[in-house]
Design a protein around this ligand. Structure first.
Ligand SMILES: C[S@@+](CC[C@H](N)C(=O)[O-])C[C@H]1O[C@@H](n2cnc3c(N)ncnc32)[C@H](O)[C@@H]1O
Length: 286
């Protein structure tokens, strides 16, 4: 079942209200809309592996190891997993799951423990301190593209120095996963992570692109060029298929890099089915 995307019912983001000119947000009211809470245990393993891998230094260096899982859904399983995984990098990490739907918070609170808490809130992140990491997965996809820039700005404005915001999307069981990472000033990169064997062509991941890009996979847009380049390199690497899809993915990433795409990270990430490209090469036109 697909839920229709919604505008944020808050003038701070959308610059308008349903009944007329924009009014200031009501103090204390979470910014955002309650949406369906679909989630699944372990579906965020691929992004969490990136956060505890190439990005782990951010958490290690943080003055205050505060992390937010924004919009954790009907059950808090993926927030608990985030806490367990980040604890291996930073034992004193504090993960707070924020949900806009109060009943989901009431239920999650039963799982609170030192370092893990839950509270009601929205994109304003209503808690003291500045998080070093905000992970919002399958949340912005439920809003409209026109609201993304405003939501990004609001969350970016809350980050600690050196902090990042992850706006990501995945399929039901986390075999196809993409995310944009942003620091306080700008978007940094798009990452894609796939399970080998779950696709025929790498561009199939386009169905799971974050909201900011999903409607941009059309001729002329940079992300469409990337999808085409990935498919071309994948097909040209077909002779490597007999050595396994890992070798073939590696060859695809190397071909993109050689072809001038600003591929970040390297072979140790490619072998996981991951590819990260600098945002400057992908920013939507207009
Ligand atoms: C599809 S679920 C995703 C759950 C989980 N993050 C995952 O990917 O498995 C989206 C959740 O985000 C919550 N949500 C939507 N907008 C929000 C906002 N502005 N602030 C906090 N939570 C929000 C919804 O209530 C819903 O529970």
């Amino acid at each position: 079942m697909v839920q229709k995307a919604e505008r944020v019912a808050n003038a701070q983001i959308s610059g308008r209200t349903a009944g007329g000119p924009a009014k200031p947000a009501k103090p204390g009211k979470p910014v955002g809309n309650v949406t369906r809470g679909t989630t699944n245990p372990n579906r965020m393993r691929r992004v969490d592996r990136w956060l505890t891998g190439p990005q782990a230094s951010r958490l290690r260096a943080a003055e205050d190891p505060l992390v937010i899982d924004l919009g954790y859904g009907a059950t808090p399983a993926t927030a608990v997993e985030l806490f367990e995984r980040l604890r291996t990098v930073r034992p004193d990490v504090r993960v707070c799951g924020i949900e806009i739907e109060p009943e989901r918070v009431r239920v999650a609170k039963m799982l609170e423990r030192p370092g893990l808490s839950f509270q009601v809130g929205g994109f304003e992140l209503p808690l003291p301190g500045r998080p070093v990491l905000v992970r919002a997965f399958n949340v912005l996809r439920q809003y409209e593209e026109a609201d993304v820039a405003g939501i990004w700005r609001l969350v970016q404005g809350r980050l600690a120095p050196g902090g990042i915001f992850i706006d990501g999307t995945c399929d039901e069981i986390g075999r196809r996963v993409t995310w944009v990472s942003l620091d306080a000033e700008r978007p940094l990169s798009l990452s894609m992570s796939v399970r080998f064997g779950s696709f025929d062509l790498p561009s199939e991941i386009a169905e799971r692109l974050p909201k900011v890009l999903i409607h941009r996979n059309v001729p002329g847009e940079p992300v469409h060029r990337l999808m085409q380049a990935m498919d071309r390199a994948w097909l040209e690497s077909a002779p490597l298929a007999s050595f396994g899809n890992r070798q073939r993915w590696h060859a695809m990433c190397k071909a993109l890099l050689d072809g001038g795409w600003p591929v970040q990270d390297g072979p140790s990430r490619w072998r996981l089915g991951e590819l990260t490209v600098a945002w400057d090469a992908l920013a939507p036109l207009g």
